[in-house]
Write a protein that binds this ligand. Structure first.
Ligand code: MTE
Ligand code: MO
Length: 297
């Protein structure tokens, strides 16, 4: 009955971008969007055409499930995301072990369509659903010494076959400076195309920082720490000259294996130019005023 289509229609057809848009209109027309508890206004942060759902969910980087692009979709079925607990530690007034629902309770649900640029020089456009990380941080009440956030993601060999390969020193850890974490573009994502995240995309919650390379967006987060000093992050530790802590998308600074001034948008034939800060410079460049952006890859 979804937008008047037969129930047996495959889900990938229901969620193609055009139908997604009309589904949203349909939800709005029957008052469902407005009725849901605390839903913030939708803000489109790009006019680029969203990448189809089946591409977003089958072409993935999630090395805990294997290093080929189709490994996560094939192998991540073994991940158990219910129940899910996120531990909050460090200089914060409300530390604790939060069941996921409690962690996110009361925070406005937002939908944002963002470009995602991987350091491997491909990109997608993803309609995320989630909460602003800044809203979560305010709810948890950081202390005055908290200058950075560290995000640790699940590392359970029983559920994650890729952990057998020492590609990285598990668990996968990422981090942000407090002002980056508080920026309204930064999301804790819980869904894509209005549906809960699939395991291969980092269920049940992952980080999304659209002006940074995709590896900053740690998947399946189990711990958030409020720190005084910059956390040690996995890719930066494994190859500091290739992966910076800031890792802002920067077409002028190349990775040894991937030029960064162009990218392949999945689904497109011709390469397109990569934009500084992935096209979000007007919103975020001021965070890095005075920093040498040639060095701060
Ligand atoms: N835990 C974990 N998070 C991760 C990764 C990973 O291997 N493990 N890969 C990162 C990289 S390199 C990218 S580009 C994005 C890919 O997100 P997607 O597969 O949902 O598009 O996830 C990031 N988050
Ligand atoms: Mo990536």
């Amino acid at each position: 009955m979804l937008i008047g289509r037969p129930a047996e229609i495959p889900s990938r057809e229901i969620t193609d971008p055009a139908l997604y848009a009309s589904r949203r209109e349909w939800l709005a027309s029957v008052g469902l969007l407005a009725a849901s508890a605390v839903r913030a206004p939708i803000r489109q942060d790009t006019d680029d055409k969203p990448t189809p759902y089946d591409v977003i969910t089958t072409y993935n980087n999630y090395y805990e499930f294997g290093t080929d692009k189709d490994d996560p979709a094939k192998n991540a079925g073994s991940l158990r995301t219910k129940p899910w607990t996120v531990t909050v530690e460090g200089d914060v007034k409300r530390p604790g072990a939060y069941p996921l629902d409690d962690l996110l309770k009361g925070l406005p649900v937002v939908e944002r369509t963002y470009r995602m640029r991987c350091v491997e020089a491909w990109s997608m456009v993803i309609p995320w659903m989630g909460v602003e990380l800044g809203a979560l941080i305010k709810k948890l009440e950081p202390g005055t010494r908290a200058k950075y956030l560290e995000f640790t993601t699940l590392a359970d060999p029983k559920q994650m076959p890729g952990l057998g390969y020492r590609v990285l020193d598990w668990p996968y850890v990422e981090g942000l400076r407090m002002d980056e974490a508080m920026h309204p573009l930064t999301l804790i994502a819980t869904g894509i195309y209005g549906k809960p995240l699939l395991n291969q995309n980092g269920a049940p919650l992952r980080l999304t920082v659209p002006w940074k390379y995709g590896f900053k967006g740690g998947k399946s987060i189990v711990r958030i720490r409020f720190l005084e000093t910059q956390p040690k992050t996995s890719w930066n530790l494994s190859a500091p000259h290739e992966y910076g802590f800031f890792a802002n998308v920067n077409p002028r600074v190349h990775h040894p294996r991937w030029r960064q001034d162009q990218e392949r948008r999945l689904g497109e034939f011709f390469k397109r130019p990569t934009l500084p800060f992935n096209g979000y410079a007007d919103q975020v460049a001021s965070l890095y005023a005075g920093m040498d952006l040639k060095a701060n890859y």
